[in-house]
Design a protein around this ligand. Sequence first.
Ligand code: FAD
Length: 376
Amino acid sequence: MTLSSKECDVAIVGGGLVGAAVGYGLARLRQRVVLLDEGDADIRASRANFALVWVQGKGFGYTPYAHWTARSSNSWIEFAALLRDETGLDVAFQRPGGFHLALSEEELARRAAYIDQLHSQSPEFPYRVEILDRSQVAAMLPDIGPDVVGGSYCALDGHCNSLKLYRALLKAAAKHGGKYLASHRVEKIAYENHEFRISTSAGEIHAEKVVLAAGNATMHLAPMVGLEAPMQPERGQIMVTERVTPFLNYPVVTIRQTDEGTVMIGDSKEEGTTPDGLNLSISAVMASRAIRMFPLLGRLNVVRMWAGVRVMTADGFPIYDQSETCPGAFVACCHSGVTLAANHALTLAPMIAAGRLDAEVVGAFSARRFHVSKAA
Ligand SMILES: Cc1cc2nc3c(=O)[nH]c(=O)nc-3n(C[C@H](O)[C@H](O)[C@H](O)COP(=O)(O)OP(=O)(O)OC[C@H]3O[C@@H](n4cnc5c(N)ncnc54)[C@H](O)[C@@H]3O)c2cc1C
């Protein structure tokens, strides 16, 4: 398809969860949005994730990220309701709080020290995590196994159905006139006469603004508009059991029961840039720890397993940036695109619509931070 800038205010490169959330946010502000995506079989973290809306531990070593994540968790309540009103789709968001479980006294002590360090990063640290002993955990998670000695709990943690989220975002964007163009791989972006000329595998798109939200591929696209996005992709594996009567009222960072009754067990962290193949020794460790946490899982059949590639910046924190040399070009690239979807739609998109990111956001999340740390 070919579009002129008279037909398109903002072209978003990448139609995963980040592009779709920003696209929906822009479309509801009456921006004419087009989402340029690759084909169905291309790699997407958005179809491979664990669906946590997770706060505890976020921002370790970088308090602005803790604030950003807590803000998104708080906005998720309004966001899920908005998506339901717009699309009729319930994305199954719940925020009962979430757990990180310890299987030995040593693990619990390590977790407590980590949380102490997290809280002491700043006097205004935005959220609290409690360390609970076995009996306190058992009162909330009665099916824990004998090896669980305790854990940490944060009231801001939750989860959703991230495939329904993805579908709802695209549907809501379309309702406001947003166009999703699959099989439009962006090959080149040029900036001329105050507009972007975007060459894709299926035609040329002209737009006043461009948002690079192409996951790990943003690394290759950002230099075309005077930006950068150093990435370090990371592989993760997930397994899913058959459906079972609800027993898990709170998500655990590595185990959660979905709205459909299946139990997801994840999620490993490995070096890797391709989702191909499964490392069964990693699956075995994940399964064995999960069964020690909840012995009833040992009776369930695993029905699916997959690996995915996380969109991961070089320091793990998001990159939100704007180009000085090509005004109107932005980068939005991060891990935790489920957790941060509310921010992307409700906070970041209005800034892009206005043509400038807030100083606070650029100050915290511009890729210029990588130069500062290199120079230091
Ligand atoms: C195993 C695993 C577990 C996870 N668990 C969680 C979790 O529990 N909670 C959470 O918040 N997050 C989680 N995540 C992370 C979350 O899934 C990602 O942050 C999110 O999906 C990133 O979305 P994205 O749109 O940036 O990237 P992607 O989903 O990778 O989308 C990028 C899109 O850009 C397209 N693209 C690339 N190059 C081009 C180009 N040149 N032209 C056009 N299009 C292009 C791709 O085809 C793709 O569709 C997990 C991820 C993994 C892999």
